[in-house]
Design a protein around this ligand. Structure first.
Ligand code: PBE
Length: 270
């Protein structure tokens, strides 16, 4: 019933993802700042796969749902979704995906470091791989196909990168769709230059820890300045913020566009 208040219809529940995700921490903050926590609203922890499956069911039934959303992600390609306005800027304004490295990498593995300085792409390019993986293509296969299709870009990524001569490279990533895509495309690009790449999937907190302790060389999974601000703060000075590898990222609360009465996080209260 669209006339009825939204909260009771969805048990005052926002469907979230893995607990370590920055968007989860920021949503907890949003619930406080917008006075929603005091109003029975809660955030449900699950996983991206569980969240998108609940979203799929809700959309097929044209039911209301509020999720933790972000771009780049195929959910915004596959479904008509909108971000709720965030007048208090809890989710920040400009967000990018950063390449971070362990401190000292620049001196110890200058060739790899050169690659890290070169690597960047756009949300559209990332989406090409992400959609394929979502359609069931193996990440390695999708990454190889991407390299084949974009030889000029790969050349730019490998510019001034010396042969790896079997040098080992450990890359930490979090199994979010965008990061599965970037980690795999980077691994394949480095392999063509003779680097021996190990990909290590882990949660967000261990990923930041791995970079700070030097257990991993680099990661392409840092969303800054807002999404991972808590991690960036607690590991301050213990990682090298190499560059932005993708601009135009965004996180927030999202709903299907057929929820025409809800446009702002503030509307959840009424
Ligand atoms: N995400 C996708 C992550 C970063 C990548 C938005 C779910 C997060 O919230 O930490």
């Amino acid at each position: 019933d669209p006339q009825k208040a939204l909260g009771p219809q969805i048990n005052y529940t926002i469907t979230g993802i893995d607990a370590g995700a920055g968007v989860m921490g920021n949503t907890a903050t949003a619930l406080e700042k917008y006075g929603l926590a005091q109003n029975n609203w809660q955030l449900q922890t699950s996983s991206t796969a569980a969240m998108t499956s609940v979203l799929d069911k809700a959309i097929k039934a044209k039911q209301p749902i509020v999720i933790t959303g972000w771009v780049p992600h195929w959910m915004f390609t596959k479904y008509d979704l909108k971000f709720l306005k965030d007048p208090k800027k809890v989710y920040g304004a400009k967000e990018g995906i950063h390449t971070i490295a362990r401190t000292g990498l620049k001196q110890e593995k200058p060739g790899l470091y050169q690659f890290l300085q070169n690597f960047n792409w756009t949300p559209d390019q990332l989406a090409q791989i992400m959609l394929q993986i979502n359609n069931g293509v193996e990440p390695t296969t999708a990454a190889k196909a991407y390299l084949k299709k974009h030889p000029e870009q790969v050349k730019a990524w490998l510019k001034n990168v010396p042969a790896g001569n079997n040098q080992t490279v450990t890359l930490a990533y979090v199994a979010w769709d965008s990061e599965i895509a970037s980690a795999n495309v980077v691994a394949q690009a480095l392999k063509t230059k003779g680097y021996r790449v190990t990909l290590r999937p882990m949660d967000a907190q261990p990923m930041w820890t791995a970079i700070a302790t030097g257990a991993a060389d680099a990661s392409f999974s840092a969303w800054l300045p807002t999404t991972h601000q808590a991690y960036a703060r607690s590991f301050q000075g213990r990682y090298d913020d190499v560059r932005v590898n993708l601009e135009g990222a965004q996180t927030g609360l999202a709903v299907p566009t057929y929820m025409t009465k809800v446009d702002s996080i503030e509307d959840l209260k009424t």
